[in-house]
Design a protein around this ligand. Structure first.
Ligand code: ZN
Length: 479
């Protein structure tokens, strides 16, 4: 059988897109895969040998679930696909009321290309005008979503974000312009949306979505669109949507790959049916760490906008029960069938989650986690003095190879964070180690890991290579 690997896992299998393995069942094939590529093992399997919960396996387009799934017989010609979690119906979710707003002459003109579509027509356009859509995030996915949903005439657009526009956002977040750098994303996006269509009411929610405010913010909207970039928010949005009975239009992106679906527990699976648990922090890189092709959120966000409009109109077939996968490098779309998990902890037959929980803790990044012994940090200036004084330091850079190519500190060795568990033995237990990353967060995780496996002296470079470039080496390239 052939096992197809997602981009995130390919570096652990010699950068191959697919690996031919032998075995009569899915489980035997996976076992053969990790025998051939030992470095994949910690990514696919838990220590007890069970498949990790954030990994889904498909045979053809069929979702193979749980332990029994691994017994699924396969032949030599079978194609098995591994789909990990990555850090995006035919009836209208809430039939708009009879006193739907009418359209002005100007609106008739503006939406004329919609009005002549039988699937939209004047009635559909009035539905859109009466609709309220909440966008989680005014970033890469939120940009095309905000622009197209406004242009299409969705009456009320809520936006949740708390970030400011950064220079490095402009490569993909097309709702923001160069002169918006430093301004709040909400302010910048709202201004652009009003410029596209002054008839849209923009409701800014300048806050970090949390268990305390999510139900209150989401409850007034017909459709929620998840354009977030982190796992705690994805699970929070999913759970809040399940509890409120709202459809959640999902999209996510990583490097050249995208995923899209519509999670709507009343009619199909939810995000937890697909991924019961998030990956451990650091195992799946974020876009900030792994990079993303600038147009990719444009494609995936536009798919989400399409699904949103179909949900509001009650037209066509939505992605409920289907996971759409895009590989932009090969420009292939695939579609996988998703089933509702009867044991899903929130939308299953016996739900164990009945209210919102602590999602930071659930995703292993919050204060409720058992705090590991704090890792000491070293500032860029102190590190420079120690190196100048000839201290025998081992500098371990835990970024991705392409980041290393942009800039690195002379004399450091590259071991990307995801490879640290498999390559920790390359670091001598009695060495004086300093871990390094872009801004000093991944390096703390790496240092914690090295400390836990017995490296006695480990420090993390505070502020990463970014801090080093500012404080020590202004000639160093920054990104
Ligand atoms: Zn579910």
């Amino acid at each position: 059988m052939l096992i197809e690997l997602p981009t995130a896992l390919r570096p652990y299998a010699g950068n191959q897109r697919a690996v031919a393995v032998s075995g009569g069942t899915v489980g035997e094939g996976l076992a053969d895969l990790v025998r051939r590529h030992e470095r994949l093992r910690p990514h696919l399997f838990q220590e007890d040998g069970r498949l990790r919960a954030f990994v889904r396996v498909f045979v053809g387009d069929r979702d193979v679930r749980g332990a029994q799934g691994e017994d699924t017989p396969v032949d030599d010609a079978a194609v098995v696909t591994i789909v990990p979690a990555i850090a995006g119906g035919v009836e209208s979710p809430r039939p708009p009321s009879a006193d739907r707003p009418t359209l002005s002459h100007q609106e008739m003109l503006r939406y004329s290309r919609h009005l002549i579509l039988p699937e939209v027509s004047v009635e559909g356009q009035r539905k859109l005008k009466a609709s309220k859509v909440l966008l989680i995030g005014a970033g890469g996915l939120g940009s095309p979503l905000g622009l197209y949903l406004a242009a299409a005439g969705v009456g009320t657009l809520g936006l949740v974000d708390f970030d400011v526009v950064e220079f490095s956002n402009l490569q993909r977040q097309i709702i923001h312009s160069t002169d918006s750098v430093g301004r709040s994303k909400l302010e910048s996006a709202a201004q652009r949306i009003r410029a596209v269509n002054p008839g849209v009411e923009v409701r800014p929610h300048e806050t970090r979505l949390s268990s305390d405010n999510a139900l209150d913010i989401l409850k007034d909207y017909d459709v929620v669109v998840d354009g977030s970039d982190n796992f705690p928010t994805r699970y929070l949005v999913n759970d809040a949507c399940v509890l409120l009975g709202k459809p959640n239009v999902y999209g996510s992106i990583f490097r050249f790959e995208g995923q899209a679906s519509v999670f709507w527990a009343e009619r199909g699976p939810c995000y937890r049916c697909l991924y019961r648990e998030p990956p451990p922090p650091g195992l799946v890189p974020s876009c900030a760490e792994g990079g993303v092709l600038g147009v990719l959120p444009g494609i995936v966000g536009t798919i989400q906008a399409t699904e949103t409009i179909k949900l509001l109109l009650g037209a066509g077939e939505t992605l409920v029960g289907r996971l759409l996968l895009l590989d932009a490098l090969r420009m292939r779309f695939r579609e996988l069938a998703l089933e509702k998990d009867p044991d899903c902890p929130i939308c299953g037959e016996r739900p164990t989650i009945r209210s919102l929980i602590d999602y930071e803790a659930f995703c292993g990044m919050g204060p409720s986690r058992v705090e590991p012994e704090a890792v000491p940090e070293v500032t860029a200036r102190d590190l420079k003095s120690e190196l100048d004084a000839g201290q025998p330091l081992v500098l371990v850079d835990v970024r991705q190879p392409f980041e290393w190519d942009i800039c690195h500190i002379e004399g450091s060795v590259l071991i990307p964070l995801g490879e640290i568990p498999a390559r920790a033995q390359e670091v001598a237990g009695d060495a004086q180690v300093v871990t390094i990353c872009h801004t000093g967060r991944r390096s703390v995780q790496a240092a914690e890991f090295l400390k836990a496996v017995g490296v006695k002296s480990v420090r993390s470079l505070r502020g990463g290579v970014e801090g080093w470039a500012i404080a020590v080496d202004p000639a160093m390239a920054r990104y």
